[in-house]
Design a protein around this ligand. Structure first.
Ligand SMILES: [Zn+2]
Length: 318
Protein backbone atom coordinates (compact mmCIF):
# COMPACT_ATOMS: atom_id res chain seq x y z
CA UNK A 1 0.00 0.00 0.00
CA UNK A 2 1.19 3.49 -0.84
CA UNK A 3 1.32 5.10 2.56
CA UNK A 4 2.40 8.31 4.23
CA UNK A 5 3.49 8.81 7.84
CA UNK A 6 1.27 11.20 9.79
CA UNK A 7 1.46 11.99 13.50
CA UNK A 8 -1.55 9.72 14.11
CA UNK A 9 -0.06 6.86 12.10
CA UNK A 10 0.44 5.84 8.49
CA UNK A 11 -2.41 6.66 6.08
CA UNK A 12 -3.01 5.69 2.44
CA UNK A 13 -1.58 8.35 0.11
CA UNK A 14 -4.95 8.61 -1.68
CA UNK A 15 -6.54 9.98 1.50
CA UNK A 16 -4.28 13.05 1.88
CA UNK A 17 -6.53 15.35 -0.19
CA UNK A 18 -5.23 18.86 -0.74
CA UNK A 19 -1.80 19.14 0.85
CA UNK A 20 -0.09 22.23 2.25
CA UNK A 21 3.38 20.75 1.95
CA UNK A 22 5.47 23.37 3.81
CA UNK A 23 3.81 24.98 6.84
CA UNK A 24 4.43 25.46 10.54
CA UNK A 25 2.28 24.88 13.59
CA UNK A 26 4.78 27.12 15.35
CA UNK A 27 8.35 27.98 14.43
CA UNK A 28 10.92 29.72 16.61
CA UNK A 29 14.68 30.06 16.81
CA UNK A 30 16.39 27.71 19.29
CA UNK A 31 16.30 29.32 22.71
CA UNK A 32 13.26 31.49 22.04
CA UNK A 33 11.32 29.32 24.47
CA UNK A 34 13.56 30.74 27.21
CA UNK A 35 12.60 34.35 26.50
CA UNK A 36 9.76 35.15 28.90
CA UNK A 37 8.64 38.03 26.67
CA UNK A 38 7.24 35.49 24.26
CA UNK A 39 5.86 32.81 26.53
CA UNK A 40 2.47 31.54 25.50
CA UNK A 41 0.29 29.26 27.57
CA UNK A 42 -0.76 25.96 26.00
CA UNK A 43 -4.31 27.39 25.87
CA UNK A 44 -3.14 30.49 23.97
CA UNK A 45 -1.31 28.39 21.39
CA UNK A 46 -4.31 26.15 21.00
CA UNK A 47 -6.66 29.12 20.61
CA UNK A 48 -4.47 30.62 17.88
CA UNK A 49 -4.03 27.37 16.02
CA UNK A 50 -7.27 25.39 16.10
CA UNK A 51 -9.41 27.94 14.19
CA UNK A 52 -6.81 28.11 11.40
CA UNK A 53 -6.71 24.33 11.05
CA UNK A 54 -10.51 24.09 11.25
CA UNK A 55 -10.81 26.70 8.51
CA UNK A 56 -8.21 24.80 6.46
CA UNK A 57 -10.34 21.67 6.80
CA UNK A 58 -13.58 23.50 5.89
CA UNK A 59 -11.98 24.98 2.79
CA UNK A 60 -11.02 21.51 1.60
CA UNK A 61 -7.58 21.10 3.12
CA UNK A 62 -6.66 17.53 3.94
CA UNK A 63 -3.02 17.47 5.02
CA UNK A 64 -0.71 19.94 6.73
CA UNK A 65 3.02 19.18 6.58
CA UNK A 66 4.85 20.77 9.49
CA UNK A 67 8.33 21.78 8.32
CA UNK A 68 9.61 22.78 11.75
CA UNK A 69 12.12 20.06 12.61
CA UNK A 70 14.42 19.54 15.57
CA UNK A 71 15.43 22.61 17.68
CA UNK A 72 12.83 25.01 16.25
CA UNK A 73 9.83 24.24 18.44
CA UNK A 74 8.56 20.93 17.10
CA UNK A 75 6.05 19.48 19.56
CA UNK A 76 4.64 16.21 18.31
CA UNK A 77 2.28 15.29 21.15
CA UNK A 78 0.65 18.69 20.61
CA UNK A 79 0.38 18.02 16.86
CA UNK A 80 -1.35 14.71 17.61
CA UNK A 81 -4.01 16.45 19.66
CA UNK A 82 -4.47 19.17 17.00
CA UNK A 83 -4.90 16.53 14.31
CA UNK A 84 -7.42 14.55 16.36
CA UNK A 85 -9.38 17.71 17.17
CA UNK A 86 -9.51 19.19 13.67
CA UNK A 87 -9.48 16.16 11.40
CA UNK A 88 -6.48 17.51 9.47
CA UNK A 89 -3.71 15.02 8.76
CA UNK A 90 -0.47 16.43 10.14
CA UNK A 91 2.88 15.18 8.85
CA UNK A 92 5.83 15.93 11.15
CA UNK A 93 9.41 16.14 10.01
CA UNK A 94 12.75 15.09 11.36
CA UNK A 95 15.91 17.00 10.48
CA UNK A 96 16.87 20.65 10.77
CA UNK A 97 15.85 23.87 9.06
CA UNK A 98 19.54 24.56 8.55
CA UNK A 99 22.88 23.84 10.15
CA UNK A 100 22.68 27.23 11.83
CA UNK A 101 19.59 26.23 13.81
CA UNK A 102 21.04 22.91 15.02
CA UNK A 103 22.11 23.19 18.65
CA UNK A 104 25.63 22.14 19.57
CA UNK A 105 24.70 18.57 20.56
CA UNK A 106 23.64 17.95 16.96
CA UNK A 107 26.07 20.38 15.36
CA UNK A 108 28.98 18.29 16.64
CA UNK A 109 27.45 14.96 15.63
CA UNK A 110 28.77 12.72 12.86
CA UNK A 111 26.89 11.85 9.67
CA UNK A 112 26.29 8.38 11.13
CA UNK A 113 24.81 9.76 14.35
CA UNK A 114 22.55 12.19 12.52
CA UNK A 115 21.39 9.53 10.06
CA UNK A 116 20.58 7.18 12.97
CA UNK A 117 18.62 9.96 14.67
CA UNK A 118 16.58 10.64 11.51
CA UNK A 119 16.00 6.93 10.87
CA UNK A 120 14.84 6.39 14.45
CA UNK A 121 12.36 9.28 14.19
CA UNK A 122 11.01 7.89 10.91
CA UNK A 123 10.79 4.21 11.79
CA UNK A 124 10.31 4.10 15.59
CA UNK A 125 9.00 7.56 16.34
CA UNK A 126 9.83 11.03 17.63
CA UNK A 127 10.70 10.88 21.32
CA UNK A 128 8.14 8.74 23.10
CA UNK A 129 5.23 10.06 21.03
CA UNK A 130 5.12 7.00 18.78
CA UNK A 131 4.57 9.43 15.88
CA UNK A 132 6.80 8.64 12.92
CA UNK A 133 8.27 11.49 10.91
CA UNK A 134 7.05 11.61 7.32
CA UNK A 135 9.71 13.83 5.79
CA UNK A 136 13.26 15.07 6.49
CA UNK A 137 14.09 18.77 6.64
CA UNK A 138 17.48 20.12 5.62
CA UNK A 139 18.63 23.59 4.67
CA UNK A 140 21.27 26.13 3.80
CA UNK A 141 22.55 28.26 6.69
CA UNK A 142 22.53 32.04 6.58
CA UNK A 143 25.18 33.39 4.28
CA UNK A 144 24.03 31.80 1.06
CA UNK A 145 26.59 28.98 0.92
CA UNK A 146 26.27 25.47 2.28
CA UNK A 147 28.40 25.11 5.39
CA UNK A 148 30.27 21.95 6.36
CA UNK A 149 27.50 21.23 8.89
CA UNK A 150 24.76 21.79 6.29
CA UNK A 151 26.53 19.23 4.08
CA UNK A 152 26.82 16.75 6.95
CA UNK A 153 23.08 17.08 7.57
CA UNK A 154 22.26 16.70 3.84
CA UNK A 155 24.36 13.53 3.64
CA UNK A 156 22.74 12.05 6.76
CA UNK A 157 19.31 12.95 5.36
CA UNK A 158 20.14 11.29 2.04
CA UNK A 159 21.10 8.06 3.82
CA UNK A 160 17.97 8.12 5.97
CA UNK A 161 15.75 8.89 2.97
CA UNK A 162 17.27 6.06 0.99
CA UNK A 163 16.83 3.57 3.81
CA UNK A 164 13.34 4.56 4.94
CA UNK A 165 11.76 5.88 1.74
CA UNK A 166 10.65 9.23 3.15
CA UNK A 167 11.37 12.31 1.04
CA UNK A 168 13.51 15.37 1.83
CA UNK A 169 12.54 19.04 1.78
CA UNK A 170 15.11 21.80 1.70
CA UNK A 171 15.04 25.25 3.23
CA UNK A 172 16.41 27.33 0.35
CA UNK A 173 17.54 26.12 -3.04
CA UNK A 174 20.50 28.46 -3.42
CA UNK A 175 23.97 26.88 -3.75
CA UNK A 176 22.23 23.76 -5.07
CA UNK A 177 25.24 22.18 -6.81
CA UNK A 178 26.83 20.72 -3.65
CA UNK A 179 23.42 19.45 -2.54
CA UNK A 180 22.80 17.70 -5.86
CA UNK A 181 26.30 16.23 -5.66
CA UNK A 182 25.69 14.81 -2.17
CA UNK A 183 22.37 13.24 -3.22
CA UNK A 184 24.02 11.70 -6.30
CA UNK A 185 26.91 10.49 -4.23
CA UNK A 186 24.55 8.76 -1.78
CA UNK A 187 22.47 7.26 -4.59
CA UNK A 188 19.26 9.08 -3.71
CA UNK A 189 17.07 9.83 -6.76
CA UNK A 190 16.52 13.58 -6.97
CA UNK A 191 12.77 13.22 -7.31
CA UNK A 192 12.82 12.35 -3.60
CA UNK A 193 13.90 15.91 -2.83
CA UNK A 194 11.92 19.13 -3.04
CA UNK A 195 14.14 22.18 -3.22
CA UNK A 196 12.17 24.83 -1.38
CA UNK A 197 11.82 28.61 -1.19
CA UNK A 198 12.68 29.10 -4.87
CA UNK A 199 10.11 31.89 -4.88
CA UNK A 200 10.99 34.10 -1.92
CA UNK A 201 11.85 37.76 -2.37
CA UNK A 202 15.46 37.41 -1.21
CA UNK A 203 16.48 34.23 -3.00
CA UNK A 204 14.40 33.89 -6.16
CA UNK A 205 16.98 35.70 -8.30
CA UNK A 206 19.83 33.55 -6.95
CA UNK A 207 18.03 30.23 -7.39
CA UNK A 208 18.34 28.21 -10.56
CA UNK A 209 15.03 26.38 -10.34
CA UNK A 210 15.08 25.31 -14.00
CA UNK A 211 18.52 23.71 -13.62
CA UNK A 212 17.44 21.86 -10.46
CA UNK A 213 14.35 20.55 -12.25
CA UNK A 214 16.52 19.44 -15.20
CA UNK A 215 18.64 17.44 -12.74
CA UNK A 216 15.44 15.69 -11.61
CA UNK A 217 14.70 17.63 -8.41
CA UNK A 218 11.28 18.80 -7.35
CA UNK A 219 10.67 22.50 -6.93
CA UNK A 220 8.93 24.14 -3.98
CA UNK A 221 7.14 27.44 -4.49
CA UNK A 222 6.38 27.61 -0.82
CA UNK A 223 6.39 31.20 0.39
CA UNK A 224 3.12 32.17 -1.30
CA UNK A 225 1.44 35.02 0.57
CA UNK A 226 4.55 36.72 1.93
CA UNK A 227 3.94 39.68 -0.30
CA UNK A 228 5.04 43.28 -0.30
CA UNK A 229 1.35 44.25 -0.28
CA UNK A 230 1.00 43.08 3.36
CA UNK A 231 0.66 45.89 5.96
CA UNK A 232 3.95 44.91 7.57
CA UNK A 233 5.78 42.71 5.07
CA UNK A 234 8.77 40.62 6.17
CA UNK A 235 12.18 41.06 4.52
CA UNK A 236 11.60 38.00 2.30
CA UNK A 237 8.34 39.38 0.87
CA UNK A 238 7.85 39.70 -2.87
CA UNK A 239 5.23 41.43 -5.02
CA UNK A 240 2.23 39.13 -5.39
CA UNK A 241 2.01 39.29 -9.18
CA UNK A 242 5.76 38.81 -9.62
CA UNK A 243 5.66 35.54 -7.64
CA UNK A 244 2.57 34.34 -9.48
CA UNK A 245 4.18 35.10 -12.86
CA UNK A 246 7.30 33.21 -11.78
CA UNK A 247 5.18 30.20 -10.82
CA UNK A 248 3.14 30.25 -14.05
CA UNK A 249 6.29 30.62 -16.13
CA UNK A 250 7.86 27.67 -14.33
CA UNK A 251 4.92 25.25 -14.71
CA UNK A 252 4.61 26.27 -18.36
CA UNK A 253 7.97 24.62 -19.13
CA UNK A 254 8.15 21.06 -20.50
CA UNK A 255 7.78 18.35 -17.84
CA UNK A 256 7.77 20.85 -15.02
CA UNK A 257 4.18 20.72 -13.77
CA UNK A 258 4.80 17.27 -12.25
CA UNK A 259 7.83 18.61 -10.40
CA UNK A 260 6.17 21.47 -8.61
CA UNK A 261 4.79 21.78 -5.07
CA UNK A 262 3.17 24.89 -3.60
CA UNK A 263 2.61 26.12 -0.04
CA UNK A 264 2.44 29.22 2.16
CA UNK A 265 5.08 28.58 4.90
CA UNK A 266 2.79 30.27 7.42
CA UNK A 267 2.88 29.91 11.20
CA UNK A 268 -0.30 29.01 13.05
CA UNK A 269 1.20 30.30 16.30
CA UNK A 270 4.76 31.64 15.99
CA UNK A 271 7.23 31.00 18.82
CA UNK A 272 9.47 33.81 20.05
CA UNK A 273 8.52 36.32 17.34
CA UNK A 274 5.32 38.09 16.43
CA UNK A 275 4.91 36.32 13.10
CA UNK A 276 3.57 37.98 9.97
CA UNK A 277 0.14 39.52 10.42
CA UNK A 278 -2.49 38.61 7.89
CA UNK A 279 -0.75 35.50 6.60
CA UNK A 280 -2.00 31.95 7.24
CA UNK A 281 -1.96 28.56 5.58
CA UNK A 282 -5.41 29.42 4.23
CA UNK A 283 -3.83 31.83 1.75
CA UNK A 284 -3.73 28.72 -0.44
CA UNK A 285 -7.53 28.62 -0.65
CA UNK A 286 -8.42 32.27 -0.17
CA UNK A 287 -5.90 33.80 -2.57
CA UNK A 288 -3.59 31.43 -4.40
CA UNK A 289 -6.09 29.01 -5.97
CA UNK A 290 -8.39 31.90 -7.02
CA UNK A 291 -5.34 33.69 -8.54
CA UNK A 292 -4.45 30.53 -10.47
CA UNK A 293 -8.02 30.19 -11.77
CA UNK A 294 -8.04 33.85 -12.82
CA UNK A 295 -4.82 33.25 -14.70
CA UNK A 296 -6.52 30.46 -16.65
CA UNK A 297 -5.12 27.43 -14.80
CA UNK A 298 -7.62 24.58 -15.12
CA UNK A 299 -8.96 22.34 -12.33
CA UNK A 300 -6.96 19.30 -13.43
CA UNK A 301 -3.74 21.30 -13.11
CA UNK A 302 -4.76 22.57 -9.66
CA UNK A 303 -5.38 18.95 -8.61
CA UNK A 304 -1.97 17.96 -9.94
CA UNK A 305 -0.26 20.71 -7.92
CA UNK A 306 -2.07 20.30 -4.60
CA UNK A 307 -3.18 16.65 -4.53
CA UNK A 308 -1.31 14.35 -6.91
CA UNK A 309 2.21 15.78 -6.73
CA UNK A 310 2.36 15.88 -2.91
CA UNK A 311 0.78 12.42 -2.59
CA UNK A 312 3.35 11.02 -4.96
CA UNK A 313 6.17 12.82 -3.17
CA UNK A 314 5.18 11.95 0.41
CA UNK A 315 4.51 8.27 -0.31
CA UNK A 316 7.08 6.05 1.41
CA UNK A 317 9.28 4.57 -1.29
CA UNK A 318 10.96 1.87 0.78
ZN1 LIG B 1 9.24 27.01 6.70
Amino acid sequence: MARVNTVLGPVPAETLGIVAFHEHIGYGMPGSELDAKWWKSPEQKYEETVPKLRRFHELGGGTFVDATGICNGRDVDYYKSLSAKTGVHIVACTGFVGGDTALSHFAKASVEYLADQFIHEITVGIGRSGAQAGIIKVGVSRGGRMTELDKRIYRAAARAAKLTGVPIMTHLAIDAEPAVEIFHDEGLPLDRVVFGHVDDGVNADKTNDVWIAEQGGRIGFDTFGYETELPDPPFWARPRQERLDHFLRFIGGPGRLEKVLASADANCSPLGWPGVKGHTVNYIFEDLIPDLRKAGVDEATITTIFVDNPANFLTLHA
